[in-house]
Design a protein around this ligand. Structure first.
Ligand code: DAH
Length: 339
């Protein structure tokens, strides 16, 4: 019996040593120490042992059991440790590696320019009002003093949806819509997309953006227009910026003007940027035509006002010295990131 016991113990220890998984250790425990395990079976053979020998043999079986249990426990701990070490090895982090960069988006130069324009005018107490891109001919032209057959309708290369509905060629129709609402005084800007059937080149696109401005109140004069736009130019292009107004013609304003700003590259001395003139054309403006006020339900004897229109792309191209408008529509992140 002693020999049998030694054999069982040896065999068990051999199997434990060769085990490489927790489940295998569990199987070994069951097959040796379980209810039907080999050691348990051996104990059943005790009845054949002489009574005086029994305590001794019992002690031996218990010792063997303790040794096997001890080894099983040891093997289990060793396996768990190995598993932990392997996990650590798998999850090792090299803290000296450069961090992965998240590729975040970037504001478009148009958006940056628009936000600057909005900040300036909202700071002066203007409201931002938007209008529809698909517009009635009546608002885009008629109510702005551009009657049927007026050459401006041709000039602007309009996209017609039908004879009454167009893709707006300018943001000026928002003036008429705002005046018609009848809430006075008005101090508003209206940014948005406009459309003209122009061929694409470095300075033209069939779709671009304008910001319209409109002020209507009692006693508004040309001096208010000049003061406001001069202040806008300073905030937009720098404190030393000078402005110059050249007479022009727009059907919806009288008198009308174009405003130039002193070249912010050379300060007005003349350079390649301003084509040697020292001045850069920025926007159109004028005093709202009395006929326009009347058509929009405002008494021109009681109220006057001024209006202006700025091309947003033009501002973005000038401010960031971009020489091809097409770059603004490609949305290449490598280009956009520069601003
Ligand atoms: N709507 C004009 C254009 O598209 C720009 C403009 C000029 C708007 C003078 C105005 C203005 O409000 O007073 O060319």
């Amino acid at each position: 019996m002693r020999e049998q016991l030694e054999k069982i113990k040896e065999e068990a220890l051999k199997q434990i040593a060769a085990s490489d998984a927790l489940e295998k250790l569990n199987d070994i425990r069951v097959s040796y120490l379980g209810k039907k395990g080999e050691l348990t079976n051996l104990l059943k053979g005790m009845k054949n042992v002489a009574p005086e020998e029994r305590p001794k043999v019992g002690q031996m079986v218990n010792d063997a059991r303790a040794v096997i249990e001890g080894k099983l426990e040891e093997a289990k701990t060793a396996l768990a440790k190995k598993a932990r070490e392997e996990q650590l090895k798998r999850e090792v982090i090299d803290v000296t590696l450069p961090a992965k960069k998240n590729n975040v988006g970037h504001s478009h130069p148009n958006t940056i320019a628009l936000e600057a324009v909005e900040r300036i005018f909202v700071g002066m107490g203007y409201e931002v009002i938007e209008g529809p891109e698909i517009e009635y001919d009546e608002y885009n032209f008629t109510k702005l003093n551009i009657p049927p057959n007026h050459p401006a309708k041709d000039e602007q290369d309009t996209f017609y949806i039908n004879k009454d509905i167009v893709l707006r060629t300018q943001t000026s129709p928002v003036q008429a819509r705002t005046m018609e609402k009848g809430k006075l005084p008005i101090r508003m800007i209206s940014p948005g997309r406009v459309f003209r059937s122009d061929e694409v080149d470095a300075t033209h696109s069939p779709s671009f953006h304008q910001v319209e401005g409109l002020v209507i109140d009692k006693n508004i004069t040309l001096a208010d227009l000049k003061g406001t736009l001069a202040e806008f130019a300073k905030e937009m292009f720098g404190e030393d910026t000078k402005v110059k107004f050249r007479p022009h013609h727009f059907p919806f304003t009288e008198p009308s003007a174009e405003m130039d700003v002193s070249c912010f590259k050379c300060g007005g001395k003349g350079c390649r940027f301003c084509k040697g003139s020292g001045w850069i054309e920025i926007l159109g403006c004028g005093m709202v035509h009395p006929h326009v006020l009347e058509m929009c339900g405002i008494d021109p004897d009681a109220y006057t006002g001024f209006a202006f229109g700025v091309g947003l792309e033009r501002i973005a191209l000038l401010k960031y010295e971009i020489d091809d408008m097409r770059l603004l529509y490609e949305n290449d992140i490598r280009f956009l990131k520069q601003f």
